[in-house]
Design a binder for this molecule. Structure first.
Ligand code: ATP
Ligand code: ZN
Length: 283
């Protein structure tokens, strides 16, 4: 079967998490910073390390079969690719921001104003949707310093925590798009068995990340109360302990309501709670 190629960011915000995800999928490869291409020794796959801006087009044009890239870059490059899986990292928002002392109050106030951005395509569409025409100034980096330099009245930039905006005397003012890293592929190739296998592996890693494995001890008489706290999960595994009347319960808890669940379990009499990360969940 033909060896696949997957393009990931060579260095930058998505590189480390992309490499980690592929390694967690059981793929074995060298992560040399100097090489452009790295073969996977235990799967017919090669990893291409590229600038993120180039990844969508490489995939669209078939130079790579798969890619990991931010949704923002896909929209900006206007490529036609298949979205295979959201990956849950690289989360950020493309936001409008204005200087703290700006008199701009609504999106329509941006009419005729200048906006600095590295995302002119997305911004132009967004403004058109609001019947606003602004002077879009495309700059490739350090967009947040543009208003201070007198280059623009507002900016449109990627924000995750918002710290960079604050330290540049800017305040967020409107959301243009939400973005996270996604696995993309070439349209029409989704049924390729190697791609299906890789998506399966990625999904089993993602599912595992969303959950924790929990073992706890409880008096047998409290078992129904504990079961009631664990809805949506097939009945937990219950193992008798050497101490009469006590059992160990093994179960899986979603990460998102983990702490509230743990305190409810404690209140219901759970003791000696052990929490473990899960590597993969294969359905
Ligand atoms: P390259 O050298 O590959 O062109 P870059 O400088 O364009 O890299 P990075 O800053 O490494 O890009 O960001 C890569 C992606 O990470 C962004 O396109 C976006 O999807 C995501 N991201 C997550 N949080 C942020 C953030 N706070 N600022 C910028 N990008 C973010
Ligand atoms: Zn880039």
């Amino acid at each position: 079967m033909k060896t696949l190629k997957i393009a990931i960011q060579k260095s930058g915000r998505l590189n480390e998490k992309s490499v980690e995800l592929l390694k967690n999928c059981g793929l074995s490869f060298e992560n040399y910073k100097s090489s452009l291409i790295s073969p996977v020794s235990n799967f017919p796959l090669e990893i291409l390390f590229l600038r993120d801006d180039d990844i969508p087009e490489y995939v669209q044009d078939g130079i790579a079969d798969l890619g990991i890239v931010g949704e923002n870059v896909i929209h900006e490059t206007e490529v036609d690719v298949a979205y295979l899986q959201k990956l849950g990292f690289g989360k950020c928002s493309l936001k409008l921001a204005i200087p703290n002392n700006s008199d701009i109050q609504s999106i329509s106030d941006l009419n005729g104003k200048s906006i600095a951005t590295s995302y002119p395509v997305i911004l132009k569409k967004f403004l058109a949707g609001h019947n606003v025409v602004s002077d879009i100034r495309t700059i490739s980096g350090s967009v947040e310093i543009a208003p201070g330099l007198g280059l623009s009245d507002a900016i449109c930039d990627l924000v995750s925590t918002g710290g960079t905006l604050i330290s540049n005397g800017l305040k967020p003012f409107g959301d243009v798009m939400y973005s996270e890293a996604v696995l993309i592929g070439r349209k029409g190739e989704e049924q390729n068995p190697l791609i299906v296998e890789l998506i399966d592996r990625v999904q089993s890693v993602l599912r595992a990340k969303e959950t924790k494995y929990v073992v706890l001890n409880i008096e047998r008489k409290n078992i129904e109360q504990i079961k009631a706290l664990l809805p949506g999960i097939k009945s937990p595994t219950v193992v008798p302990l050497a101490e009469e009347g006590w059992v160990a319960v093994h179960t899986v808890i979603p990460e998102k309501d983990f702490w509230s669940k743990i305190s409810q379990l404690k209140a219901a009499g759970a003791e000696g709670i052990v929490v473990m990360p899960i590597e993969k969940i294969i359905l």
